[in-house]
Design a protein around this ligand. Structure first.
Ligand code: ZN
Length: 159
């Protein structure tokens, strides 16, 4: 009888632990779905060319890391989001805005979200409102450091 009780208690405790573990895990998975980390390098590359933002997220956070060693005035990177049709013009105007403005024209209404320009070993992040985006629109993310948009760009979809 005592043995039976002990067994029963242990299996109840195990059930509890599994329940707690499952709850923790699904909480983590939810948080991960509404955030992403993207790496950038000394060889002018982003670690991905496609990003998918779940439409179920209210907001989405992109963390940009620079895994290289070069300084921001030589090989600086940022992460900029706009409609695909606006990207080239934003980058073009960004050249004139200069590094002090993170190569983004101040008050540029075409920019949906952007991070500051970082150098090797640094990281930064930006959070934007997913409800302001449409699943029917074509979006592009890119680096607006002069000359980088040619290779540092990718597609962002909401679905
Ligand atoms: Zn760059």
């Amino acid at each position: 009888m005592v043995l039976f009780y002990m067994f029963k208690m242990r299996s109840e405790a195990m059930k509890q632990m599994i329940l707690i573990a499952t709850t923790l895990f699904s909480g983590l998975a939810l948080a991960e779905d509404c955030a992403m980390t993207i790496d950038s390098t000394d060889t002018m590359q982003f670690s991905t060319s496609e990003m998918v933002v779940p439409a179920s997220c209210d907001s989405y956070t992109v963390t940009l890391k620079h895994t290289g060693t070069l300084p921001r005035n030589i090989m600086g990177h940022n992460w900029v989001l706009s409609k695909t049709a606006d990207a080239q013009a934003i980058a073009g105007d960004g050249v004139g805005a200069g590094l002090n403005n993170d190569y983004i024209k101040p008050g540029d209404g075409r920019v949906i979200a952007y991070t500051k320009v970082i150098g090797g070993g640094e990281e930064t992040s930006v959070t934007f409102d997913v409800n302001a985006l449409s699943a029917d629109e074509s979006y592009q993310f890119f680096c607006s450091f002069p000359g980088h948009i040619g290779v540092m760009k990718g597609a962002l979809k909401v679905q």
